[in-house]
Design a protein around this ligand. Sequence first.
Ligand code: COA
Length: 132
Amino acid sequence: MAGADWTPDLSLEVHVAFQLRIVTDPPADLIRLGAVHEGELVGYVDLHGHEPRRRELGYVIGDSHRWGRGYGGAAARAGLAYGFGVLGLTEIWAEALTGNTASVRILQGLGMTEIDHGAPGPYRRFTISVGS
Ligand SMILES: CC(C)(COP(=O)(O)OP(=O)(O)OC[C@H]1O[C@@H](n2cnc3c(N)ncnc32)[C@H](O)[C@@H]1OP(=O)(O)O)[C@@H](O)C(=O)NCCC(=O)NCCS
């Protein structure tokens, strides 16, 4: 999952063990929610960070045959709703690799504002505050 910045060149077993550990023993600064469509787990949404009112949004839909059906956008919207509505956050930010067109479109579709627009580097960063 290059788009999600997973470390390349690791075996499937290592990835599975790592992801399993996140679910069974999550780090204190990570909330991971399953994205479920018609009873089937199709991905996840993360709200990550240790600041009390501000977290980073991340999302993965998999495997790739599920892409392009609107699940990513729906999962990201649900993550925002959970962050603002349930966690009481005041700001949620996210970043996407510049070449990750689907992810950039999702963030734009959420109504997020791009920060450092045009700044050099591989990532585009976005933010949204409560009530906007
Ligand atoms: C990025 C990712 C979540 C997108 O999920 P998805 O279910 O395919 O997304 P959606 O179907 O909701 O599409 C989102 C938008 O991207 C567009 N899109 C989808 N695939 C696209 C593609 N290959 N090229 C260009 N645009 C694309 C859709 O048209 C949609 O735009 P719209 O809302 O303006 O119509 C998914 O590809 C993924 O999990 N990738 C690996 C992990 C990752 O990159 N996570 C994001 C880290 S920030």
